[in-house]
Design a protein around this ligand. Sequence first.
Ligand code: ATP
Length: 302
Amino acid sequence: MIVTHALAKRYGQLHAVDGIDLDVREGDIYGFLGANGSGKTTTVRMLLGLVHATSGEIELLGQPMPSSARTVLPQVGALIEGPAAYGHLSGRANLLLFDAAGRGGSRRTRRTRVGDALEQVGLAGVGRRPVRNYSLGMRQRLGLAGALLRAPRLLILDEPTNGLDPQGIHEIRELLQSLHAQGTTVFLSSHLLAEIEQLCTRVGVLDRGRLVLQEQLADLQKPTGRTVVHTPDAEAARVLIGEGLIEVLDDGALVIASGDAPAVNRALVEAGIRVQELAPQRRSLEQVVLEAAGSSGDRSVR
Ligand code: ATP
């Protein structure tokens, strides 16, 4: 759905985006993760033909961009930081204006489409209020409603939960999951690890303009082949397992160099060692990202 080859953008000496190969597949919810200033917005703008790439290639829905923008963009819904809207007009009126450039249809069809989009993002009750009275979160939702008007095959969203409260974030997450279940591919940028971890199926990590990681989330989080054990009898466990096969974490948990959790459990219990918790070890997305980005790091990615 989105493929780039050696895509780059330079501003003077600054390599804002430094030769990235994105690979977003149909059916993904792709999380594009990176600290502030790592180049996410610049990338999104290049994908949509809003900023010219310095070099490299872009394909959206199998067609080259920006040369095929006219045929491709009507199938793509987009929300970029700080969605634009006329403040003196209502949310509904803004969407009607926006929709006029889109799929067309009778006045009634367009009204229904706008009403549905407002409903989907939870703005049905306030769609008639002037946008200047909207909170940041409401503006963000209005931008999302604009992106949905086209019933897009692909949604490209730059920081879609910016300015939303936890309830709003939860609602947008559910909305994106339901659109995904209906067949929409979603590409979203974020600097929030937890957001990506909860929502996405595939992850790309940008670090100072470079794509340092791109993989299915499930593969990143698969068991490491070790077992984590919490026990009040840590000393006895160390003796039983042997120093070379055991490591102690900061919180006192033991990491045992075996991925066979049932066998580890059996051995401990048979030796009379009390097991409070025992599970195969998995890496968190945070660990994966920190390793990929290097220790100099992505401190503002949380
Ligand atoms: P944020 O989350 O803060 O929006 P980002 O990951 O989206 O960050 P970009 O906005 O793409 O990052 O910026 C990447 C780098 O390019 C930054 O160092 C930024 O200052 C620089 N940059 C972006 N746009 C321009 C521009 N028009 N002229 C010069 N430098 C720019």
